[in-house]
Ligand binder design. Sequence first.
Ligand code: DGT
Ligand code: CA
Ligand code: CA
Length: 572
Amino acid sequence: MPIHNREIADRFERLADLLEIEGANPFRVRAYRNAARTVRGYPRSMADLLDDSADLTELPDIGKDLAEKIATLVDSGKLPLLDEIEQRTPAALSELMKIEGLGAKRVKVLHDALDIDSIDDLKKAVASGEIRDIEGFGEKSEEKIKQRLERFSGEEQRTKLIEAEEIAAPLLDYLKQADGLKDILVAGSYRRRKETVGDLDILITARKDANIMDYFVDYEDIEEIVSKGETRSTVHLRCGMQVDLRVVPQVSFGAAQHYFTGSKDHNIAVRKLGIKKGYKINEYGVFKGDKRIAGKTEKSVYASVDLPYIPPELRENHGELDAARKGTLPNLVTLEDLRGNLHTHTDATDGHDTLKAMAEAAAERGFEYLAITDHSRHLTVAHGLDQKRLQQQIKAIDKLNDTLDGIRLLKSIELDILEDGKLDLPDSVLGELDFVLCAVHYKFNLSRQKQTERILRAMDNRYVNILAHPCGRLINEREAYDIDLEKVLEGATERGCFIELNAQPDRLDLTDEGCRMAKAMGVKISIAADAHSKSGFDNLRFGIDQARRGWLEAADVINTRPLKALLKLFER
Ligand code: DGT
Ligand code: CA
Ligand code: CA
């Protein structure tokens, strides 16, 4: 059975959690967390890599021991060390650590004091008011835990797009081998490129005698067949993902694509336009009375209500129908529009590849420029650059630029924004850089007003050009810190600063809504890979997805500009 990167990463994370609760060596804990992050974000599945006899120790943060553990997991589905630990420490304690504010230490205290082993136990303890009596907790923290529990249970579990892709890929490969299959497409939120998806909606057309459904439910990764019919089946995969599969007639394929791509609100709005013209629009086609007048292609569905084709990323009923009618749909930015990347780390700080390797990888991708933005010295990473090391890097970049052909390295830095909005390197050295990136990496819990002020103060510095990952969220892991985004965007325009859309698939920060707001306010965006290794440039396509959902066109994005025009933008 194929094991997905996500499952491997989850196990390593649980291992790290349990080790941390047991008070293990922090470096050991960190090693498993880093490995989990590498595996989770890796564009190819570990199973595939091993199939190709790849050397896993070449991946960031994967040593010999971890490589062996991954191989065992792929081979047998087992992680013996985790099994061993779960004998003595309940696995569900790792769940408790997902509650914001409960770290390993506090989880252990709860466990030791009240035998709390699960979210359910914790809920009961909160309800009976027992938490407040534990040393170091008190009434206030009991109340906080209560609120967080409520929020936690309210969240439906949605899957990050990159993980959904990883789950979909082997299933699609499998389905494509079905006898008699003609077309196959993943519709739903997946096709709209939403940052997270609830389930996968797969559409198929096939020869009449093809037994698609029998073939489908034989897929080895299925845990439960929820329903199986001739044209529609629903299953749950082992990883928990639901898959809806529909087999539709060829003449209806466009209408089905349209219907099942959604969003629901978009569909309803289109259907209303149909009703006005006396048509019925559903997943089988567009009908005038009993006569099908459109539906073989999506384009024909839109044409039936006098609209041009609308790209899936826009189909949220956020004004796209009006824009389509008026002929003002945006000409959405594409991956090919990007001429370079403005957020990159090397092994000088927490990246994994050398300056030269990153430069060559970027050149190979056809980038015209690549900005090196290692971390500054403050709290973020252990090896942040101080003034002296930054100056060394500047020299190294100058030297490398002399030898590089076709690509220019830009000298930059990712500065920490300190709590008071000051920056952690002096202006004298910032002046030597091509531009400056800044970001919040700690003190996430300031009040809205203070956090907003903090960022505005940082942008006051005349050397600052881009605010990186402006909201600080990690999808499914950490909420955004509280800021007044409108004020920050306004502050950015006033100061001639730009905002980043960080393309790491677990950040995607700025959000799609944020992009629309920025566009409306005239703030330009940098779509940035935040690459920590050569493969990190692959992130860009997720950034593009999000940007398109945010209605951005090439002109709204600064790294679509040729080098000269870009450098001009950085003069402030
Ligand atoms: P998800 O799975 O929560 O990420 O979001 P979707 O958009 O993939 O939603 P899903 O899987 O429930 O349904 C797939 C599409 O099917 C949805 O985008 C639009 C269409 N659809 C589902 N239910 C309805 C409905 O009641 N009316 C209409 N017009 N369309 C629907
Ligand atoms: Ca769906
Ligand atoms: Ca569905």
